[in-house]
Design a protein around this ligand. Structure first.
Ligand SMILES: NC(=O)c1ccc[n+]([C@@H]2O[C@H](COP(=O)([O-])OP(=O)(O)OC[C@H]3O[C@@H](n4cnc5c(N)ncnc54)[C@H](OP(=O)(O)O)[C@@H]3O)[C@@H](O)[C@H]2O)c1
Length: 238
């Protein structure tokens, strides 16, 4: 694999950090972002932290300027940043709907739109969206999040059809329940019950997701596009 510039949203912790470190270990230059200033614990020179709010278009514009000023042209984009704001539908407030759609779905639109032009110009690119099992099978309390993540599958398919002829692949990875801050609310009997429903009898690790993302970005995956691939221990089977 050539040494590329990789851009990962939401890399300050969890799945995003694991993806960033995996690409950095392979020698790529990695720009990892989050809303707040942060530092990678692993202080490799090729891991660059950057503050960016993907739901805020002025923040995206600042980021594009930073990339231009530093002659960084990402050819691999991982749309990983995501939030949950769970609530039963009848109690769901407008802001809970709006914020989740703004980050998980519109944020992916905003960032992809900003970075895809260079990929089209170079006739090469990899775009990988981090979706969720919740967008495939639904989950009570997550009408907002499931809608946003299901939207990513449509986004992935349509964009894959538009840019395939330019050498760009677009895929989604749908994690099941992965041990990160996002799932830290799971404990006790509820966690045990969930694990029992997973054929592989464990929650996933952030590295389980990073391994597939690195593969999808590699030359070995050059004939895969428009797909949503689950990494969920078998929790949801099509
Ligand atoms: N963990 C799971 O079980 C699971 C399952 C299915 C899917 N996923 C998906 O996997 C992705 C990563 O999840 P995770 O578990 O690693 O989550 P996490 O530990 O909560 O980390 C989320 C990351 O996204 C960043 N972020 C949130 N909103 C942002 C915004 N508007 N702009 C830029 N960055 C933003 C966060 O940093 P700041 O808060 O500092 O901005 C953080 O770096 C998400 O898309 C999530 O929906 C996770």
């Amino acid at each position: 694999m050539n040494k590329e510039v990789v851009f990962i949203s939401g890399a300050s912790r969890g799945i995003g950090t694991a993806i960033a470190e995996s690409f950095a270990q392979l020698g790529h230059t990695v720009i990892g972002t989050s809303r707040s200033e942060f530092k990678f614990e692993n202080k490799q020179d090729n891991l660059i932290p950057l503050a960016l709010d993907i739901a805020d278009r002025s923040s995206i514009n600042n980021c594009v300027e930073y990339l231009k000023d530093n002659n960084l042209k990402p050819s691999i984009l991982i749309n990983n940043a995501g939030i949950t704001s769970d609530q039963l539908f009848l109690r769901m407030r407008d802001e809970e709907w709006d914020n989740v759609i703004a980050t998980n779905l519109t944020g992916t639109f905003n960032l992809t739109k900003a970075l895809i032009k260079n990929m089209i110009k170079n006739r090469y690119g990899r775009i990988i969206n981090i979706s969720s099992v919740s967008g495939l099978m639904g989950n009570p309390g997550q009408v907002n999040y499931s809608s946003a993540k299901a939207g990513l599958s449509g986004f992935t398919k349509s964009l894959a059809k538009e840019v395939g002829s330019r050498g760009i692949t677009v895929n989604s990875v749908a994690p099941g329940f992965i041990e990160t801050d996002m799932t830290s609310y799971l404990e006790g009997d509820a966690k045990e019950k969930l694990i029992n429903e997973i054929p592989l009898k464990r929650l996933g690790s952030a590295n389980d997701i990073a391994d597939l993302v690195v593969f999808l970005a590699s030359n070995d995956a050059s004939y895969i596009t428009g797909q949503t691939i689950s990494v969920d221990g078998g929790l949801f089977m099509y």
